[in-house]
Design a protein around this ligand. Structure first.
Ligand code: NAD
Ligand code: 4PL
Length: 248
């Protein structure tokens, strides 16, 4: 699309489908070499093939430190190291409050928050070792502002991602690495279309200032900006991208 990321290597987690796949496609169109990563190995391979130029797949579960470490060894061998990390992989549950038990809570925190930490730890260690002016962009959610129902553990994890982003910006600024978060509103992703969240569009649209259904590309465009040199003076920030559903 622009070539503004040519020469950079970008890792997008959870990129087999949905928002992550759109982000991977956009960063590749911007000229980056993109690693399409997902716990769904076949889906990641198919997405990398669809993106084609400059993209390849590595399967990894972000909550498994050994799998993540081996992914970063492969990235180093094949590209010399990651410049841009997009923390996108998450479980997007729809679970009524009365069914939010400890097992569900632990699973969501383990993948959505601890998984984000595991990948970010490995990625930023690699960026520092390779003297990269790195970028960490984490996909949170506007449910953190709205307190959206049927997602209590998810909302808590996304709040954790926003807090982590603020601390990370402070810790890593001295190495020239920035950390920012994006909070999408309801997006018509593959996961949402296959879930009860698909019933929420009419209600959410009523709350939006700009009408229509959020699409993965709406998020990918903002992530592309945050990954670009135009965002060099921003760190520790959270950009809300939800057609004005909430005002943050
Ligand atoms: P999706 O369910 O369509 O895709 C998520 C992808 O993440 C899947 O390919 C899945 O296999 C992968 N994944 C899940 N657990 C993983 C793990 N442990 N390790 C590696 N990969 C894993 O989801 P989406 O709607 O595209 O959401 C993408 C991101 O955007 C998530 O962080 C989500 O919380 C966030 N988000 C989505 C919406 C929305 O309405 N769709 C709104 C706000 C934020
Ligand atoms: C407004 O992050 O932001 C449903 C499902 N509705 O995952 C989300 C809204 C969902 C959201 C989200």
């Amino acid at each position: 699309m622009s070539g503004r990321l040519s020469g950079r290597t970008a890792l997008v987690t959870g990129a087999a489908q949905g928002i992550g796949k759109a982000i991977a496609g956009r960063l590749a169109a911007d000229g980056a070499t993109v690693i399409v990563s997902d716990v769904n190995a076949d889906g990641a391979a198919a997405a990398a093939t669809a993106i084609s130029k400059g993209a390849f797949a590595i399967a990894a579960d972000i909550s498994q430190p050994d799998a993540v470490a081996s992914m970063f060894r492969e990235i180093e061998e094949r590209t010399g190291g990651v410049d841009i990390l997009v923390n996108n992989a998450s479980i997007v549950p729809f679970v009524a409050w009365d069914n939010v038990d400890l097992a569900h809570w632990r699973k969501i925190i383990d993948v959505n928050l601890t998984g984000t930490f595991i990948v970010t730890r490995a990625a930023t260690d690699q960026m520092r070792a390779k003297k990269k002016a790195g970028r960490v962009i984490s996909i949170a959610s506007n449910t953190f502002f709205a307190g959206t129902p049927n997602m209590a553990a998810y909302v808590a994890a996304k709040g954790g991602v926003i807090g982590f982003t603020r601390a990370l910006a402070t810790e890593l600024g001295q190495y020239g690495i920035t950390a920012n978060a994006v909070t999408p509103g309801l997006i018509e992703s593959d996961g949402v279309k296959a879930s009860p969240h698909n019933q929420a569009f009419e209600f959410v649209e009523m709350l939006q200032a700009v009408k229509g259904r959020g699409q993965p590309e709406h998020i990918a465009d903002v992530v592309s900006f945050l990954a670009s040199d135009d965002a060099r003076w921003m760190t520790g920030q959270t950009i809300n991208v939800d057609a004005g559903m909430v005002r943050h």
